[in-house]
Ligand binder design. Structure first.
Ligand code: ACO
Ligand code: ZN
Length: 287
C-alpha cells in the first residue's frame, strides 16, 4: 500500500481550462479537496481564481473586470509586458499563481507564504487583455544570492523562447542591482536545460562581441564575464566547461571558440527570437 506521503504527492488534477487553453497538470498541487479529481478545473486567466463548476466559472467570467496581473507594468516591448507583483500586497492572487505553477513544478514547496516574494509576470497583450505566459518569483531579501526562486513558462507556451526571455529579464534586474545572481537550487531537469542553454548563449555572445570590438581571448576573464552578464562565476564556469571552451595552452587556460560552438551559436541567432531590450525596463531596485 502507498504511504500517506506518497499519496499526497500523486497528481490530483485531471485537466485545467485557462484562457483559450486546456492543459494537463504534471504534478500534485495543493488545491482544496473539493476542486481536485474533477473532470476539469476552470481557472480565470486574469484573477487566477478557480472553479470546479463550469456554470459558476462562466458566470464569473462575465463579471470579472481584471485584465492584467495586479501590479506595476515595468516593461513593455511590442506585445510583451512584465508586471511586478508584491506577494504581501496581493496575497490571494500570488497564492493562486503558486497553486497553478505547482502543477508544473515538482520540487518546490512555496505556496502559501508569498509575503517575502516579488512576482515578475510576463504577459502577451491583445485586445482582450494581458495573457499570462510565464513568471518568476524572487525573494525580496535573499541571503544566498539567488535572483530567481521559481521560474515557469506555462506549458502551452513552452519551447518558443519565453523561458529564455524570463531568464534574461531576471538577469537584467540583477544587473540593475549591481549584483550577480543564480537561480535557487535544486533546479528541475527542464530548469537546468533552460539555464545551461541561456548561459552558453549569453557567454558565446559576449566573447564574440569582444572579438568584434578588437579584443582577444586573453583579455577575457571569468570574473569579467560574470560582472557584465550578471551570471554567477560558478555558472559561467559550468557553461564554459559544457562548451569546452577552456583549453590548456602553454601552461594556462585560454578561451577558444571552436567551429562547432560557432556553428551552434549561428543556429541560435538564426532563430531570431525575441530579446529583452534593457532600455524598455522601467525599474529601480527597491531600497
Ligand atoms: N528539452 C530539451 N531542451 C529544452 C527543453 C526540453 N523540453 N526545454 C527547454 N530546453 C532548452 C533548449 O535548449 C531551449 O532552446 P531551443 O528551444 O532553442 O532548443 C532552451 O532551453 C530555451 O527554451 P525556451 O523555449 O526559452 O524555454 P521554455 O519557455 O520552454 O521554458 C522552463 C523553460 C521555464 C524551464 C520550462 O521548461 C518550464 O516552465 N518547466 C516547468 C517548470 C520548471 O521546471 N521550472 C524550473 C524549475 S527550477 C527553478 O525554478 C529555479
Ligand atoms: Zn477573474
Amino acid at each position: 500500500s502507498m504511504s500517506h506521503q506518497h499519496e499526497a504527492r500523486v497528481k490530483n488534477l485531471v485537466k485545467i481550462e485557462i484562457g483559450r487553453h486546456i492543459i494537463e497538470p504534471w504534478y500534485f498541487s495543493p488545491y482544496p479537496k473539493e476542486f481536485t479529481h474533477t473532470p476539469m478545473l476552470y481557472i480565470c486567466e486574469f484573477c487566477l481564481r478557480y472553479w470546479a463548476s463550469e456554470t459558476q466559472f462562466r458566470r464569473h467570467r462575465t463579471k470579472c473586470t481584471l485584465r492584467h496581473p495586479p501590479g506595476n507594468e515595468i516593461y513593455r516591448e511590442k506585445e510583451i509586458s512584465f508586471f511586478e507583483i508584491d506577494g504581501r500586497r496581493q496575497k490571494q492572487w500570488c497564492r493562486n499563481l503558486c497553486l497553478l505553477s505547482k502543477c508544473f513544478l515538482d520540487h518546490k514547496t512555496l505556496y502559501f507564504d508569498v509575503d517575502p516574494f516579488l512576482f515578475y509576470c510576463m504577459v502577451k497583450r491583445d485586445q482582450f487583455g494581458c495573457h499570462l505566459v510565464g513568471y518568476f518569483s524572487k525573494e525580496k531579501e535573499c541571503g544566498e544570492g539567488y535572483n530567481v526562486a521559481c521560474i515557469l513558462t506555462l506549458p502551452q507556451y513552452q519551447r518558443h523562447g519565453y523561458g529564455r526571455l524570463l531568464m534574461e529579464f531576471s538577469y537584467e534586474l540583477t544587473k540593475r542591482e549591481n549584483k550577480v545572481g543564480s537561480p535557487e537550487k535544486p533546479l528541475s531537469d527542464l530548469g537546468l536545460l533552460g539555464y545551461k542553454a541561456y548561459w552558453k548563449d549569453v557567454i558565446v555572445d559576449f566573447i564574440l562581441n569582444v572579438y568584434r570590438t578588437g579584443g582577444k581571448e586573453a583579455d577575457i576573464t571569468v570574473d569579467e564575464i560574470s560582472q557584465k552578464t550578471g551570471i554567477l562565476q560558478n555558472d559561467v564556469m559550468t557553461a564554459l566547461h559544457e562548451l569546452q571552451l577552456l583549453k590548456w595552452f602553454k601552461g594556462q587556460h585560454v578561451l577558444v571558440l571552436g567551429d562547432e560552438v560557432l556553428a551552434r551559436h549561428e543556429k541560435t541567432v538564426a532563430k531570431q527570437r525575441r530579446r529583452i531590450d534593457p532600455s524598455k525596463l522601467q525599474w529601480k531596485p527597491p531600497v
